[in-house]
Every structure is written in structure tokens, then in C-alpha cells.
Design a protein around this ligand. Sequence first.
Ligand code: PLP
Length: 386
Amino acid sequence: MYLSENSKEIQASKIRKMFNKSLKYDKVINFTLGEPDFTASQNVVEAGCQAIMNGNTKYSENAGILPLRQEISKILLKEYEVYYNPKNEITVTVGAMGALYLTLKSILNPGDEVIICEPFWTNYLQQVKMCGGVPVLISCKEENDFMLNLQDLENAITKKTKAILLNSPNNPTGSVLNLENLKGIAQIAQKNKVIVISDEVYKGILYDDKDYSSIASLEGMKERTIVINSFSKEYAMTGWRIGYAAGPEEIIANITKLQENVSACAAMPCQYAALEALRGSQDFKKFMLNQYRQRRDRIIKRIREIPRLSCKSPKGTFYAFVNIKELGITSDEFADKLLESKQVVVVPGTAFGDGGEGYVRISYATSMEMIERGLELIEEFVREMI
Ligand code: PLP
């Protein structure tokens, strides 16, 4: 009775609902989780503890400690060949979620439209609505490698379009937008004076660097792109809650101003841990990537051995987006029945919008042992059904 109309519209994610359903079983094989099964490396944990011991436990600047922003700037220069001034073009936030929310809050007037590629990470839809915007969905199809069809994009643009939200590597499909696609999107964004929000949180889990470009690197795009990234996936630091936004000074200053009013800053000891993640050895990151690669290869091989299932090999992330269309049941039925009969929990594709119907997402941020056993049970489940 006291809740606002706006907040009542916001839905809890189906991923969480699926996870909750699984809690009534004693033992389940859980393929729903969107976070690394690793914990942050020892040097990062020590840097966080040391920061606490050293008394780095106060509010930091709203934009985050300068050394961290400087280190982020170096990485962006090295990897994107774009210079972001650490003083005013980068702000450290409470995870990528914080960066996304404050970006949307900074740019949206009521009724402004944000184009989102479907299937999409569920929070996008909710965050756009929380900020008074209107999500406009464009379906990205498997036949097109889940790329954004440029004609569909042109058709979706109206006078109210404020931003296009990209997510590459993509959750849930594991696809990566190729350079040609990005160039087309950039042209349309420039022609229509639209901002691009580029969520790149899975960039650190990319199986072949050659596949990847950031739209921010393209001619004329730095000034209209907000790059969002975080330490959650790349450095297995989900609970440390450190992310950032890099982009035009005006928007970054506004995000920082809003952050002052919401959380002041990201937790200071965690910022020191993130600094160590960037400055210290990258061996652990390489180790994790290698583990994900082995799991991906195994999981894709196994799925392809199961009749009527198919799956494109993900180019990034730790998700396999499995096509179940040939089974003739819905994604929700598949997920529910699999849980009931085999105690294996996957996320129905509809958790990522209606365009995800006909798919289920399997997260392989779990051990090889779980993958082997889980895939055996999925195979049994499918064979019993057909
Ligand atoms: N963006 C995408 C596409 C995600 O899948 C997630 C988490 O699952 C996030 C952003 C949130 O990242 P963070 O933990 O940095 O808030």
C-alpha cells in the first residue's frame, strides 16, 4: 500500500525464481549461477585486507581513488587505443550494476527510449524502467549469430531514442559483436545522435582476442559511448562490488554527482583490492580463462551428442545458450521438468525476454565434475522424453 507505482512494476528475475525453486531439493546440480566459482586471487585478497589494516576505510573521492582510475585509464589505452582522462572521464562505481543504473539515471528523461538487444540480461529492462525510460527490444537471432540486425535497429529508432545498450560478450548467448556489426551500429548512433552504453563486463572472459572490438574504439564514438566494466567476472570479485564507467566528461561528472547521493563511493578497501587486481600478476586471470575454455569445449561437445539439442560455441562469458526448439516444449517446461525429474537446474531462455523462448542457459561457472554429471542427467532427461 505504501509502494510507488514505479517500483511495483519492477520484477524479480526468473534466474532467482528458478534458483529458489531448486532450494526445495536436497541435492541439485546448479547451472544457474552468473558468477565465477573461483574466489579472487590471494594477492587481491591480501591487498583488500592490507587496505583495512592501513586504515583505508573512509569515504574515498566520489569517483574512486585516483590510482585506480589511472590504472583503468592505462588498460583502456592499451586495449582500446582510446585515452580516458582518469581525472574526469572515469568513475568507479558499486559494480557494473551501479555504473549502469547511474548512467541511465543521468541520461533518461521520462519516456525516453532505450534500445535493448533481446535476449538480454534481465536487469537492463528493470533498470531502464526504474529510471523512467521505455525499453525497446530488438530481437537478435541465432541465424545471425545473435548480431544486431542493422535494418531492425534503424527501424527501432524514433525521436525519443536516447540510447542503445550493447552487451558483448553477451549474457546469455555468449556471442560477440563483430567489427562490421559494430561499425554499422556506430554509424546509426552517430546519424541519429544516440548514446551507446557498452556493457563489457565479460570482456575478460573472451576465448579469442581477435573476435573482439569495443565500439568506443571506433572513429567518433568515444564522445557518445559509455563503457561499463567491472571486476566481478574478470577477476572473480563479484562480492567486492567494484565497477566503473568511462565516457564523456559531462556524463561521467553527472554519474559521480548522483553516486555521491546514493552510495558516496564504492567501498574503499575493495578499491585497493581492485587496484592490485590490475597492477599485480595476471596469472590467476589466465588460469581461470583456461578453465572456462576447457569447460566450454567439454560442454559444447556433450550438448552436441544429445539428440535434438544444439548450441553455438560461446565466444566469451561462461554461458552456453542451448537451443531446445526441436524438443517441442517451452523453455519453462524444460527447466521445470528437468529440475523435478533430475534435480538439475538451468535458466529458461524466457528469463532473458520472450525472444529467449526455445533456449535454456547453462552456466559453466561450476566444476568439471558437476558439468559431467549434469550433462549426463540432461542427456537422460532428453532421451526419456523423445
Ligand atoms: N552486466 C551483465 C551483462 C551481467 O551479466 C552482470 C552480472 O551478472 C552485470 C552486468 C553486473 O556486474 P557487477 O557484478 O559488476 O555489478
